[in-house]
Ligand binder design. Structure first.
Ligand code: NGF
Length: 288
């Protein structure tokens, strides 16, 4: 499951319904144009925590139907409703997804025993593999090396999507679990994460910056750190502009200029103003 993954966006129409044509186009764009190794389906970028269980199933079904065996797929089924996670985990496993991921349960202050039981329940009930999705700045859930170790002791829990800026922890985790998969979750820190030996990266911006990210991966592999740093500078110019303008909405507007019907974001996320749309179009002209 190593490699570079786009965290897949979900195209919605103006009424918040999934745009199947747009979703299929986006899958193909990531395969054919961005040349990604994989897609991370149903994550934060997919606006997953704002949609119903049935809509999540619809996304999973459409994506695997379009992608077939052309790209690796990870299905994010995490939810603070563990029963929903198990239902989705079984659903995607039956569809043919070979790997799951689940965000650490958030909002309530779940203790570690509850978090451990959550992951073990999903892998036991589905029989599938699991990548832990750790994103403390959004969930408030911080785990230490020993706690990651307790989870990773389960052979079906195969890795971590590490979306945090704590690179001391990343280095400690990498050293402690050399045989597990670690994915970098912050695109703006791809190069430092690669230098610490991650196995790949999963990110939202790769839907439009995938080619630059690939160059960084290749330059690091060739030990050209100066070249990789220049590319990371370029990537971060784009990421800074995306974050300033409204991340997912701006990526979607950029994709629209490429003929991908990436559509709208779902409420409560608001559409871009005309002024911000124009900025997104300019970004597309400059970088795509
Ligand atoms: O969008 C977020 C929220 N993070 C993504 C990524 O970690 C999320 C990251 O690519 C993801 O993979 C998912 O969809 O679940 C950032 O958007 C990017 O680094 C810009 O900050 O923080």
């Amino acid at each position: 499951m190593k490699g570079l993954y786009s965290a897949l966006l979900t195209p919605f129409d103006k009424n918040g319904n999934i745009d199947e044509r747009g979703l299929r186009e986006l899958v193909r764009y990531n395969i054919d144009v961005m040349k990604m190794d994989g897609l991370y389906v149903g994550g934060s970028t997919g606006e997953n925590f704002m949609i119903s269980t049935d809509m999540k199933k619809e996304v999973f079904r459409i994506v695997i139907d379009e992608a077939k065996d052309d790209i690796k797929l990870i299905a994010q089924v995490g939810s603070i409703n563990l029963y929903e996670s198990v239902e989705l985990g079984k659903y995607v496993t039956d569809l043919g997804y070979k790997c799951l991921s689940a965000v650490t349960p958030f909002y309530y202050k779940f203790n570690f025993a509850e978090i451990k039981n959550y992951y073990e329940t999903i892998v036991r009930e589905t029989g599938n593999k699991m990548v832990i999705y750790s994103i403390p700045f959004l969930t408030g859930v911080n785990m230490n090396v020993a706690q990651f170790g307790e989870l990773l002791a389960n052979p079906n829990i195969i890795g971590i999507k590490f979306t945090a800026g704590d690179f001391y922890l990343l280095e400690r985790v990498r050293k402690a679990f050399p045989d597990k998969l670690i994915f970098a979750g912050f695109d703006e820190m791809l190069l430092p994460a690669l230098s610490l030996g991650v196995d790949g990266a999963i990110g939202s911006t790769y839907n439009v910056t995938g080619k630059i990210a690939r160059e960084i991966v290749d330059l690091v592999a060739a030990k050209d750190l100066e070249g990789a740093f220049k590319k990371q500078n370029l990537l971060n110019d784009i990421i800074e502009a995306l974050l300033n303008n409204g991340l997912y909405q701006t990526i979607k507007t950029m994709l629209e200029t490429q003929g991908v019907h990436a559509g709208e974001c779902r409420l409560p996320m608001l559409p871009l103003s005309e002024e911000k749309k124009a900025i997104a179009v300019e970004l597309a002209k400059k970088y795509l």
